[in-house]
Design a protein around this ligand. Structure first.
Ligand SMILES: [Zn+2]
Length: 357
């Protein structure tokens, strides 16, 4: 048996868009822009300027507000979408995931233009699909990541800072979940490479994360912000692609995500509506470290969360001690912990969460 793996390619910098004509030229002359409304307002003037006289652009077309089957079908009916040589997907995770899935279904190349750095969607080979009501539908695995990502830092630096802030939690969780899930396993080459890269989902954030958030607040593109944005988008995507193969989650998740999914499975709890994915995953990572007995690292990550105002206590995400009686058993039902190196038990979770109150 053989397998092929394609890792992300990207252009990053203060003027990443100037490279668009050169990099996209081999794929055609006509692109359709699909994206979020604010995202396109922020990015498209500079994109149009960069492409003038070289690539004809149609759009922007609003992606529909949700990465859903319904919106994919709606976009597929647009003749300019079907007629374009390539798709330029502009925006946050849902807009990019829509563009990626749409391009795959139409057999076209997709180029991504992230306008926030909250997830690695710009560089991963999966689209997360949702139902029209916003609830989770399914992951749609793609054979390859987007053809190229253009990470134009000035637009990301001027976006609301909460996205990068939450992205920190989801990004560093990758290291702890991958290393815990893979512990004691004789890994295939690509899985081992993915675990190795996952260290780069943590180290740059410890070094630059706090400074990056301060720079972001001022809307400034700085070396710390660049390192942090690329860690969230590129490093995490490279690790994810290697840790997920053949449509199987493999070593790509773990207890922090199990906690997130358990906490968001009760509609009466405020977690899903009032808190961002990465914010809750970052908190779940503290529980992972306590369950796993990584006391020193728990101290490190608790101090990191405090330094950037990510949650460290259940009260920070609107959870009361009495809510834990129904949340913690739900954690154990999540498939994200299938790869745990030992069975995670209710008493382990209770003890960890006792310390997170
Ligand atoms: Zn996540």
């Amino acid at each position: 048996m053989s397998y092929s793996i394609t890792l992300p390619s990207w252009t990053a910098g203060e003027n990443a868009l100037e490279k668009v004509p050169e990099i996209c030229a081999p794929y055609g002359k006509h692109a359709v822009i699909i994206g979020g409304r604010h995202a396109c307002e922020a990015l498209c003037p500079a994109l149009k300027e960069a492409c003038a006289g070289k690539i004809s652009l149609f759009g922007p077309i609003w992606y529909g507000g949700e990465a859903s089957e319904q919106n994919l079908e709606m976009l597929e009916t647009i003749s300019q979408v079907r007629g374009a040589d390539m798709i330029f997907a502009v925006g946050g995770g849902k807009a990019l995931d829509t563009g990626k899935a749409l391009a795959h279904r139409l057999g076209k190349k997709v180029f991504t233009f992230p306008t926030i750095a909250s997830t690695c969607a710009a560089c991963t080979a999966v689209s997360i699909l949702y139902k029209p009501d916003g609830s989770f539908d399914r992951p749609f695995f793609l054979p390859q990541p987007p053809a190229h990502a253009f990470i134009h830092l000035p637009v990301i630096a001027s976006a609301p800072e909460k996205y990068l802030w939450a992205g920190l939690g989801d990004t560093y969780a990758k290291y702890f979940e991958a290393t815990m899930s893979a512990r004691g396993v004789e890994l295939k080459h690509y899985h081992a490479l993915g675990v190795g890269i996952s260290a780069m989902c943590l180290e740059p954030l410890l070094k630059y994360g706090r400074t990056a958030m301060e720079d972001h607040r001022r809307g400034e593109v700085t070396p710390a912000l660049e390192q942090t944005v690329l860690t969230v988008i590129v490093n995490t995507a490279a690790a994810s692609i290697l840790l997920t193969q053949e449509g199987i989650i493999d070593f790509n998740t773990g207890l922090a995500h199990a906690i997130y999914y358990a906490l968001t499975s009760f509609p009466d709890l405020p977690v899903e509506k009032e808190h961002l994915h990465g914010e809750v995953v970052g908190f779940g990572t503290l529980a992972l470290l306590l369950v796993d007995g990584q006391e020193k690292m728990y101290d490190t990550m608790k101090a990191f969360n405090e330094s950037v105002a990510l949650p460290t206590k259940i009260g920070d995400i609107g959870i009361k001690p009495e809510d834990l009686d129904r949340v913690l058993p739900r954690v154990l039902e999540m498939h994200d912990i299938d790869r745990s190196p030992y069975p995670i038990t209710l008493p382990m979770l209770r003890e960890a969460f006792r310390r997170l109150q």
